[in-house]
Design a protein around this ligand. Structure first.
Ligand code: CUA
Length: 319
């Protein structure tokens, strides 16, 4: 419908049609009332203009009229509120079976890592018809990941993970923008999302070496940083006697009881915080012995460690 109308971006995700519908409705309502008001303005200025022999009669007020102009807008805005909220919830809730990518933003580029380890800069290749979740973080300032054709935009923050999901419905190449002013070359922080048929995506993956499988990289880091001296992470390693740190195998996604009695979800955010500020939310029953790894690990390293911890799913018995 808007193919040749460059003001309107292409519609290429499972969400874009619904977002356009709401947007068009808002434009329609605004247009209708703008025209109505301008028409009434014109009509009244002719009809009630100053003429010799006519005396104005003051209007004291009209209850039915006031109820009407309060009630009608109320119904319209509540309708838009419910519609918008439903759409917002849909846009925020990623399907469970989604493929998970990680995105690191930095001045001035996007670094993207595929679930199978391949990474690329400023380009994101994805298969069509598959929900995609991006877990994103910034190495420096605030950026914003914006793909107009998918109608998705999400701030990418330093020090905190944010996420975004979409399901591309059409193969093709789409613009990727940074939508938050982030310094001199903000306008050059652009890229593209390439949507491929699943077989082509597989071929693309096969054609690229997995330079850094996040899982392997994470396992290596876990050893090199000597995490395993305190944290038992699998049947083969693990300290004897009473461990200084909590057992990490199979923990991802579960709840952790903290030393102050509160409960927190053992997720990306908690793992990242525990690596950088271990004493902040201490697991119950342990002392604050762990040093901070701030400055020793990059955001990509943290993501690799998270990938490794996620993989430690098998429940096991203590030795
Ligand atoms: Cu990154 Cu603007």
């Amino acid at each position: 419908m808007f193919e040749n109308f460059s003001l309107w971006p292409e519609s290429a995700s499972s969400l874009s049609g619904s977002i356009d519908a709401l947007y068009l409705f808002l434009i329609g309502v605004s247009l209708f009332f703008s025209l109505l008001i301008v028409a009434a303005l014109g009509l009244f200025s002719v009809r009630y203009r100053r003429r010799p022999g006519h005396v104005a009669t003051p209007v004291e007020g009209s209850l039915p009229l006031e109820l009407l102009w309060t009630g009608v807008p109320l119904v319209i805005v509540l309708f838009v509120f419910v519609w918008g909220t439903k759409l917002f919830v849909r846009a925020q809730t990623a399907p469970e079976e989604a493929m998970r990518f990680t995105v690191t933003g930095k001045q001035w580029m996007w670094k993207i890592q595929h679930p199978s380890g391949q990474s690329e800069i400023n380009t994101l290749h994805v298969p069509v018809g598959q929900p995609i979740v991006l877990t994103m973080i910034s190495e420096d300032v605030i950026h914003s990941f914006y793909v107009p054709a998918f109608r998705v935009k999400q701030d990418v923050l330093p020090g905190m993970y944010t996420s975004l999901w979409f399901e591309p419905t059409k193969t093709g190449t789409y613009h990727l923008f940074c939508a938050e002013y982030c310094g001199t070359k903000h306008s050059e922080m652009i890229g593209s999302v390439v949507v491929l048929d699943p077989s082509e995506y597989q071929a693309w993956l096969d054609g690229r070496p997995s330079e850094r499988d996040p899982l392997l990289a994470g396992a290596l880091l876990f050893q090199n940083l000597r995490c395993d001296t305190c944290h038992y992470s699998g049947p083969a390693t693990g300290p004897a006697g009473s461990p200084r740190g909590p057992d990490l195998a199979g923990r991802f996604g579960s709840d952790v009881t903290l030393s102050d009695g509160q409960t927190v979800r053992f997720d990306e955010r908690y793992v990242r915080e525990s690596i950088l500020e271990p004493a902040r939310r201490l697991s119950s029953g342990f002392q604050a012995l762990m040093p901070s790894y701030q400055g020793q690990v990059s955001e990509s390293d943290v993501l690799a460690l998270i990938a490794y911890l996620k993989s430690l799913k098998a429940p096991r018995s203590r030795p």
